[in-house]
Design a protein around this ligand. Structure first.
Ligand code: PEP
Ligand code: MG
Length: 314
């Protein structure tokens, strides 16, 4: 089975009834982009740019960032790159950008909230991304956005940079990682070009369980019906405005969850590179009709365990 999946890794993934779902790779290191393409990734669906920053003893300057982003674009051969702007704080410390003592770092200065405190850092990053892209497809998204206000603040910076450095093919999107954003997706979808659902943080904030908690993380299963409902709201809101939606959290490569996400209408799954062939193979096993039935079944369950049982029995 694994060998068959490997053999077809460069083909696009379509369900048995012809519905296409894009399968992309999550990346921390731009030097791994060529490997992702080799494994069949149709795009980089999440470049965790904080790793670019962590690889340097101090804030990387414009030129340094351009060189690293360019490396990813060069390897992609025209495939899109979805770059998340610097996501520091919470579980992602950056030694030379200390956030200070916080009682609840996961509810503190992190993601877009943190970068907006130093707009010049965000501006340099946006400039580097646009300059590295040139004519190649670039998608930029902000992490940990809670509502339209933060998106607009980031977009104002982006618009300023874009007026100077014109990239030919660029979209600006939002990561859906905070429940408020999923609930307010209809408003966001009017102004953002796309959504990418970060199910790792979305699950953490929906179930109120620390994603890395040694005792509790086993109880924090992203296939939880509450999380699935937020995904459903997000997809419906996006599609109503003609926007696309990806899933870039771990749930996207969970074999039981793939049919559910496809059935909910997710357009792109971004997963770790080595899982790309298997996720494509999983999509090819189903019809969209079946996937929709599985999604409906999952949404009716009361707990994540019940979702898994119901899907197993389907
Ligand atoms: C997520 O939260 O699901 C996500 C993709 O981002 P990260 O895991 O880097 O927080
Ligand atoms: Mg996250």
């Amino acid at each position: 089975r694994q060998r068959a999946a490997h053999g077809r890794r460069h083909e696009e993934a379509r369900t048995l009834d012809g519905h296409r779902v894009e399968v992309a790779a999550n990346l921390g290191n731009t030097a791994h982009a060529a490997d992702a393409v080799e494994r069949g990734a149709e795009a980089i669906g999440l470049l965790r740019t904080e790793f670019v920053f962590m690889g340097h003893p101090q804030l990387p300057d414009l030129e340094t960032q351009i060189a690293e982003y360019r490396e990813a674009f060069d390897a992609l051969g025209g495939r899109p790159l979805v770059a998340r702007t610097l996501d520091v704080g919470g579980d992602k410390p950056l030694p030379y950008w200390p956030v200070g003592q916080e009682d609840n770092p996961f509810l503190g200065l992190r993601g877009i909230r943190l970068t907006l405190t130093r707009p010049e850092v965000l501006e340099t990053q946006l400039r580097a991304l646009l300059m590295a892209a040139g004519t190649r497809p670039l998608r930029i998204m902000f992490p940990m956005v809670k509502d339209i206000e933060e998106f607009r603040a980031g977009k104002a910076l982006f618009d300023r940079v874009q007026a100077e450095v014109k990239a030919a093919d660029v979209q600006l999107g939002v990561m859906i990682e905070v429940p408020s954003c999923a609930l307010l997706a209809p408003t966001l979808a009017k102004e953002a070009d796309f959504f990418s659902i970060g199910t790792n943080d979305l699950t953490q904030y929906t179930l109120a369980i620390d994603r890395g908690h040694p005792q509790l993380s086993a109880q924090s299963d992203a296939i939880h019906p509450a999380v699935l409902r937020l995904i459903q709201l997000t997809v419906e809101a996006a599609h109503a405005e003609g926007r696309w939606v990806g899933v870039c959290g771990e749930l996207g490569s969970d074999p039981q969850a793939v049919p559910v996400l496809v059935g909910l209408g997710v357009d792109e799954l971004s997963v770790s590179s080595r899982r790309v062939p298997l996720v494509k193979a999983r999509i090819r096993e189903l019809t969209l009709v079946q996937a929709r039935e599985m999604a409906a079944l999952a949404l009716r369950q009361p707990t994540s365990a019940a979702v898994r049982e119901a899907l197993e029995a389907f």
